[in-house]
Design a protein around this ligand. Sequence first.
Ligand code: DP6
Length: 333
Amino acid sequence: MTFSRVDVAQVILGDCEYCPVDTFEAWSPVNIALCKYWGKRNGVLNLPVNDSLSVALPGKGTHTRVTRLQVGAKDIVFLNDRPVHEADSFYKKVVAHLDLFRLGRSDRFRVDTVNTIATAAGLASSASGFSALTRAVAGVQGFSLDDGALSILARLGSGSACRSIFEGFVRWHKGEAVDGMDSCAAPLSQVWPGLRLGVLTLTGSAKKVGSREGMARTVESTPLYSAWPVQAEADIAILEEAIAARDFEQLGATAEHNALTMHATMIASWPPLLYWEPESVAVMQKVWQMREDGVPVYLTMDAGPNVKLLFEAQVEGSIRQAFPDVEVVKLFP
Ligand code: DP6
């Protein structure tokens, strides 16, 4: 039995009371994975092969407002105050997500979405974007949903969006069900006020191969992929222990090793996938040298050339000195 995205939305929303309002606004943060999501068991529903664990970036993300239009109008989409043409792939993705919430009605919407992060910063805005859109369109339809249901619906837009429904540390449970009703994220209770993330924007150029295609290529073409879910499962357990014990070295080392293992599977794909630029490698080598010199700093990277640093408040001065362009994010109040 296969399920479409509409089938899944129907199961979740079919019994919800429809209490439409004129407009609804929502916010969601960007998240950075410490144990990555890489590989799908179902590409339509964005069901992952492995659990993943992320941390949200407070204040960095997406604000979305959904406003009801007259029945019969065309959906309108604005991104960062600019209209998006209906031929644009972004418009199509947004409208396909709105479709899940119409349930056969002819509701039409205007979507205003604003990212509080520069698009060039190398922080995926699709996660915060689909999460905020999910909250806003559910709100404008007056559907009363818990965060677990919102997380499943956000996942249908982009996998990592299911984690952006929550703040702080978040684990996405991969689930086992074919319809993905058990594949959603949940927050961890721990906070870590001293934890910092440094964003290094090395290049703003658009990546050539997106995550969706990159994952599919990796799963299909490299024998190394079979090792990935095994390592991800072990890493997530170690990360949860590190968070509970506030053991920074364990957290940083596990997150860095996890990211580099994911990249190793990409590089071993065919045709090869290498997201790194010379600047990325220079940062990696600098981070490793700093560790040798006694500064506890680790790195993580997603499907792009930019590098994110993990460190604690007490070394912020050394990090800023070594990387004058770094943008430092305090992860917890
Ligand atoms: C490398 O969530 O963007 O950032 O589900 O196809 O939309 P789709 O992929 P996406 O992939 C994110 C991949 C990653 C790792 C992560 O965030 O866990």
